[in-house]
Design a protein around this ligand. Structure first.
Ligand code: FES
Length: 106
């Protein structure tokens, strides 16, 4: 279980416990947190689950794999710390993770 803080573009914070093995996207969807649409259901094919990983957590989260990177090439509002949240697996090491959602998904 990892405690994850999701921050909407408008500043609203949601702190939830997400089970190990789920994705960061699933943690948001299961808790009905706005800002992560996940239109493709986690198939790395829509980029509506984009998040900005808090700078303190980018090393722990790691870099995107090739498939995710190619989706990010086509996504809007991409920054260096952007990740598709469906591609981030929750582990104990991510307990305390903070992610922010882009305006477009607000
Ligand atoms: S849910 Fe579609 S890319 Fe993540």
């Amino acid at each position: 279980m990892a405690k994850i803080t999701y921050i909407e573009f408008n500043g609203a914070e949601h702190v939830v416990d997400v089970p190990k093995g789920s994705s960061v996207m699933e943690g948001a969807v299961k808790n009905m947190i706005p800002g992560i649409d996940a239109d493709c259901g986690g198939a790395c094919a829509c980029a509506t689950c984009l998040v900005y990983v808090d700078p303190a957590w980018t090393d722990a989260v790691g870099a995107p794999a090739a498939m995710e990177r190619s989706m990010l090439d086509f996504a809007e509002d991409v920054r260096e710390n952007s990740r598709l949240s469906c591609q981030i697996q929750v582990t104990d090491a991510l307990d305390g993770l903070v992610v922010r959602m882009p305006e477009r998904q607000g």
